[in-house]
Design a protein around this ligand. Structure first.
Ligand code: F6R
Length: 243
């Protein structure tokens, strides 16, 4: 797309089409959602479609990719707060259908929490469409370099570059949590469809590695090459290094 505005509107349109199709079939649409700067315009468009074009989220179930750890849900930087602010507070989704990894779980119970998160995804029938951004490290979710294709939902240590990129949100890198809970690469690869969004020249190099590089743990996003249905949605700047 020539710009991220057009790209975001097109991506939101695909999500809306899925939600409407599932509603016609009389079953829920299960969405995997991302946070960060990339999908904000897309969420704004989903809110508009709800408010102006009658798009209902009553039959939508969501699972977010990740959350910082530890993180209180009402914290300025929490992904719970982010999702409320950009999407959930403005649509008719049922609160019980929203799932976001819990940054308040005691450390010795995180493994059990993660196991249960995976179970909830399975019980919901699996993810129909997973929305992704990409980090400069090549992470999807918070699967930093070193994350294998079979990795599952777990507690991870954030990469230095990721913490640098988050520094402004936390008023300094020293305040950025060192860990996060994230769906695994294996969890993400089980989604029926995947839509990865990236904007701007800062993402051009990692987009090239993801699309054209060899599959490797060093760039976990390369594992998307294994998946049968991935749409990579880019603006011109993010696509600039593709051959
Ligand atoms: C967020 C997430 C991350 C971001 C990535 C890009 O839930 O899982 O992988 O998608 O860090 O972040 P932005 O969009 O801020 O460039």
């Amino acid at each position: 797309y020539s710009d991220s505005e057009q790209a975001s509107i097109a991506a939101a349109g695909e999500i809306a089409a899925l939600i409407r199709q599932r509603a016609r079939e009389g079953r829920p649409a299960v969405l995997g959602l991302a946070t960060g700067s990339t999908p904000t315009r897309l969420y704004e468009e989903l809110v508009r479609l709800h408010q102006e074009e009658g798009l209902s989220f009553q039959n939508v179930v969501t699972f977010n990719l990740d959350e910082y750890f530890p993180m209180a849900p009402d914290s300025l930087q929490s992904y719970v707060r982010f999702m409320r602010e950009y999407l959930f507070d403005h649509i008719d989704i049922r609160p019980e259908n929203v799932h976001i990894p819990d940054g308040t779980v005691p450390a010795d119970q995180v493994a059990e929490f993660c196991r249960r998160y995976e179970e909830q995804i399975r019980e919901a029938g699996g993810i129909d469409l997973q929305l992704l951004g990409i980090g400069r490290t090549g992470h999807i979710g918070f699967n930093e370099p070193g994350s294998g294709a079979a990795s599952r939902t777990r507690l991870i240590t954030l990469d230095h570059i990721t913490r640098t990129d988050a520094a402004s949100d936390f008023y300094g890198e020293e305040n950025v949590p060192r860990r996060a809970i994230t769906m695994g690469v294996g969890t993400i690869l089980e989604a029926r469809r995947i839509m990865l969004l990236a904007w701007g020249e800062g993402k051009a190099a990692v987009v090239k590695r993801m699309v054209e590089g060899d599959m490797t743990d060093s760039v976990p996003a390369t594992y998307l090459q294994k998946h049968a249905s991935v749409h990579v949605i880019l603006d011109e700047a993010a696509a600039a290094e593709l051959t």
